[in-house]
Each structure stands twice: as structure tokens, then as C-alpha cells.
Design a protein around this ligand. Sequence first.
Ligand code: ADP
Ligand code: ZN
Ligand code: ZN
Length: 727
Amino acid sequence: MTYVRVGLDVPVNQLFDYSAPDATIEDVGRRVVVPFGKRSAIGVIVEVDAKPAVEAARVKPVLALLRDEPRFSSDDLRLLKFAAQYYQYPLGRALVAALPTRLRHEAAPPPSQRVYALTAAGHAAANGPPSVRAPVRLRLLTALRGRPYLTALEVNQVAPSARAALNALIACGWVEARNAPESAAQGLATSVSAAPVLTSSQAAALEAISAKLGRYGAFLLHGVTGSGKTEVYLGAAARALQHGRQVLILVPEIALTPQLEALVQARFPGTVLARLHSGLGERERLENWRTAQSGAARIVLGTRLAIFVPLPQLGLIVVDEEHDTSFKQTEGFCYCARDLAVVRASQRALPVVLGSATPALETYHNAQTGRYTLLELPQRVNARPPAIALIPVNRAALDEGLAPPLLAAVAARLEQREQTLIFINRRGYAPVIMCHACGWLSGCHRCSAQLVLHLAARELRCHHCGHCTGVPEACPACGNPALAPVGQGTQRIEAALARHFPQARILRIDRDTTRRRQAWAGMRRRIQAREVDVLVGTQMLAKGHDFPHLGLVGILNADGLLYSADFRASERLFALLTQVAGRAGRANAPGEVLIQTEFPAHPLYTALCSGSFAQFAHTLLTERRAARFPPYTHQALLRAQATRLEAALAFLESAKRIGLELSKSVELYDPVPAAIARLAGRERAQLLVQCASRRVLQAFLEAWRARLAVGRASVARWALDVDPIEL
Ligand code: ADP
Ligand code: ZN
Ligand code: ZN
């Protein structure tokens, strides 16, 4: 009898044995349907011919071995095994989580067969002067022009009526339907459209990376904003594609991908590009996953979840904005896609490029100690660095949060017909409303957080749990009818600017105004077409967007982040402000950045004004070393939650006692309530563990987790977060 060992999506750190008479070694990595308790479940085969852990008579047979779909390769499994072990997460759960949702069910839809491409006549028409008036047909032609083909799904995404337009284009002979390519055949003949002549530092970086193709090498590409990091990625990608390799590009957020995607597709017009991010529908994600796994897609552009996508011919990994916290998952399987990118590169012997203007200190430290090769792009390609200046303010004297010198600067830019960006990292009208008679504050009853005033909707909203309620007519505590909004959010700044500059066209960009699917793309077009004078926005605007007409950036309320309990707060703030400042003056005019602050002497602002990341990083690293914080130590967090805080803390107390029995070499802190202790009605607490040796910490966590798992059922739910980024 042949037995298979299977990973299932169940919350225990264990694999399960089943019998499968016809299974062979070729079935490792394949999906199976197995009986589990009273139900059946999908699992992934991890081993074939395992000796069952229980007596043979009790082993049940698999219900079905699903051979229709390609399997995880041994390379894919190796990465997932590493990740499950390192992040202390059950392997079965990790395996199932790495599958697109549709493959977590037995009957996955078959791959769609037909794809649509321009014919020669279609190419002539699409590249010539506009020959079609119907807007949907025109958009379809434009979409087809830059791509080898569109799948049926992609056609549907062009417009709701794209199907009819497609049929019309097929009827007139401009578009033809073909069978989807089975494999790499189509992608291999890579054409590359003209790239700009590289600067000498870009060229040097590209040569260093290219020299490592086919071997492991980790690079930190540290380049100031506007230094042309993207060209280095594209250059390295071109070389990898020419070697017949696939390229994986990881980016932080969905908002970033359309721009980068357009750029990548324009550079490699003959190449199939697959996108993978959580904003895609399940169906599209499955299709893209399949094209990556089959080798048909040569470039995969995705967010953190793309780190696990099977790529049989992978040759290069790029992680753009590697410092971004969205690469770390903070719930469930707490992996860091940036760190796994380095692991994957090392397992597969290929180069990985981590790019940023403000690298994570962990990464920077690795570059300084020689684990990563440091490549620097110290200058902007075609612009001078922005001039950053501080506006010292006394908060009490501000006019709705705006200082007179900033208002004057905005007026000057309006005069010169240049755009201004006002950055304030808080959406809504005001972060809280208050009763000045009794001190009542609008708090969320489910969270330890304030309810944010959304004036237009006349609502108070919790940005943590989503709780929403009307604005009270009077103070719920004392009946005082005069409740006052305290502080500013984007809506309030937008309103204040509209009062000061009634003639200006103001656009607010935050999660509230960009909720609709296409909203952000439309706004970007308006900004680029200079239909907007002043942008008011949150950190959505900080990331990699190129705004060629932006002359001035004003930064409000950054002080709030200067003094935070989290030791990473200044690192984050520096990165955020550098990104925001970098939006100014990218094209030909030097940009101006004005920061309103009550603490103009703070070293973070001094460093920011002098534009020296290296100096700031050195200061922070010195502090970290003295305080024994990462990267000089390694951490893990045991999180617990319960309906009562005492229960969560009691669980952590007992966990600490167990930990102390297990090891003398790791340091166990006292359990404390989480930064937001109450969230959506659950009380949360945490226990920090740290150790200078990663290996020792790993061994401890393994043993500790096993002990915690056998403990008597607790009222608290718990989870481990290895290398936590939020304390
Ligand atoms: P970064 O990502 O480092 O902030 P980008 O890659 O966005 O910078 O590049 C900034 C701008 O410079 C872009 O508009 C890009 O097209 C342009 N650029 C990059 N490299 C070159 C080059 N070698 N010659 C001319 N323009 C370039
Ligand atoms: Zn009151
Ligand atoms: Zn809440």
C-alpha cells in the first residue's frame, strides 16, 4: 500500500496520512481530496510513501487525487516549508493559503482557452491615426496594442460592453481569437522597446546585478526619490528575460501597480505579464496564477501574496519600496514577503534586488555588514533635490491647521499655475469630537480608539472596526449642545483651503474618495492633465506616483508621529516624509517642501532637511545597538486575545512561565496590553521574546509553540508573530 502525507488547512501543526494506491513520487505537490472528520477537505501532498504515523488499519484512503492541475514543484514546496517553519505556522495551512482561492475547492474552473490578439490589419489600424470613434472599441484597441493578447477576462475589464466591441473588431478583421499559449513558447522571443540611456550609477548597478544572473546575490538598490531605480529593475529584467527566465516584481500596494504595469508592458511589448494582488477577482487571480505556473507569463507583478506563486523558470526577483510595511502580513501567517524574496533567491540561486530611497534599517544593516551588496543612486536623474524647509508653528495659533507662510506659498504656486500637494495623514474631517463642558470625547465602544468625524456624511466612524454612528445633537454625558471637532483630517483641510482659495480646483485623495474601483485612475489622469491645482491627501499619495507639475508639498501634523511608543516610529516617519517630499519637482523645476512643526529642532527634521539618509540611519542604528533592538537582536511576539483583558494577560503569564522553563538564553518580557488594547470588542495583549541569535530563538519558538499547543484549552486565542513590525 502507498501512503501519502498531506497538509490540510487545519489549526494544528501536523500533517495527515492517507492511503493512495496509485500515488507516485510525481504526485508530491498535488492537491488531494481527503476525508477529515465528518467532512472532506482539500489538501496538498507533501510526501509519498511515508510510513504512516498511526497503525495502517486506521489510515483512510484519499477520496480523489487531482491530477488535472499542475502541482507545486519541489522548489515551491521548499520555500513554503521554510516559511511555515520560520514563521511558526502550520505547514498545511501555509500550503493551502498559497493556492488561489478557487483551487482550495475541488472543482476549479477549467482554464479559459481563447485569447484575443490584433491581426496585422489591426496593428496597422491601432498604430495609425484614430480610425474608430466608438470609445469602447478605441479602448480595446489601445489595450491590445501594448500586449501580445488579452484573455477573455481582460477583455471584460476594459468596459462592461467590451464583449460587443470585441465582436465588432473580430468581424472587421482587426482582431482574431486564438488558443491560449500552453507554455513559455510565446514569451521567449522578448522584444524590448527603447530604454533611456542610463546614467553612470544606473549602468554600474545594472552591471553588478546582471553579473549575478544564474547565481545567488542580494542587492540593496538605495536610490533617492527620482534617481531612476525603475530603469535599473527594467534593465535587469530585460537581461533575465533574454536568458529565458521569468521575473518576479513585488510592489507594496495596489495603487502603485497600474502605473508600473503600464511602464513594464510598454517596455516589453511582446511579453506576457501576469498581475497578482488582492484587488483581483478570484477568477482572474486563478488565471494569472496558472499563466505564471505554466511559464506562459514571463513577468509577474504582484503584492506580497505573489511571493509564493510557482515560477518554474524564475531568474530574478525585484522588491520595490522594500521598506514598505505591507510586505509583512500581520495576521495568521505572519510572513514577510521581502525577507522570503531573499530566501527564495538563495534557494533558487538567483539575484534579488531590494530597492528603496529609505531602506528598512534591517536591510541597510545587512548591506553595511556585507550580507547584501549596496548599490547607490545618489542623484536624481533630471532634477535637483527638493528644498525642504520647516515652518515653526504654535498649534494653538493656527488657522484650521494651516500656517500663514504655507498659505502664502500655496498662493504663489497658484499664481505660477503649479500644483501643490498638502499632505495630512488622517482622513475624515476631525479625528475626534469633544465636549468642552465635561471633557467627553467620541470614543468607540468596541475599540480603544476615537470615532472620527465625517462631516459630509454626518457620521462618526471608527477607522479600526468600522463601527459607524450618527453625530449626536448634544453631549451624551452632560447634554451640552456645543460639541466641537478637535484636530484636522483631509476633509477639514480641503474645506479650509476652499475658503482661502475659492478659485482653486482642489482634489481630495484618501481612501474615502478612492473607494470606487476606477476612481483613482481617473484622478491621476486629471492631475496629469493639470485639471487640479491643489491636492489634499494621505499617504496614498506618498508612493511612487510621478506628478510632473507638482511644485510645492506642504506637510501637516507630522509631529504626532515623532514621539511614539514603537521604536520603529522615527524610521517610518522619515521614510514617509522622504517619499512625500520626493513628489515635488521631479521634472524640470526644483521642488519646494514645507513642513509645519512645533519641534523644529528635532533631529529627524534636521536630517530630513539635509537629505541625508545615511546620517540618519547611522544615528538610529547606534540607538538600536545600545537599546538592543533589531537588527541587533531578533524578536517574536506572542499575541493573545480574549473577551476580558485579564484572561489574555493570564494566558501570557503562563506562557512566560513555560518559556522560562524551556530556555535561559532567550529574553522574555512581561505581558502587556497591545497598543490598541481593545479592538472590535476583543481585548488584546502581547508578550515579547528576543534573542541575539536567530537560531537559538527559532529553536526556542519551536519548542514553546509545541508546549503552548498542548496546554489545556484556554479562553484566550493566541498566535506567534516572528520578526514583528508593530509592537
Ligand atoms: P525612483 O523610482 O528612483 O524614485 P524613477 O524610476 O521613478 O525614480 O525615475 C524618475 C524619473 O526619471 C522617471 O520619470 C524616469 O522615467 C526618469 N528616468 C529614469 N532613468 C532615466 C535615464 N537614464 N534617463 C532619462 N530619464 C530617466
Ligand atoms: Zn459634556
Ligand atoms: Zn471601533
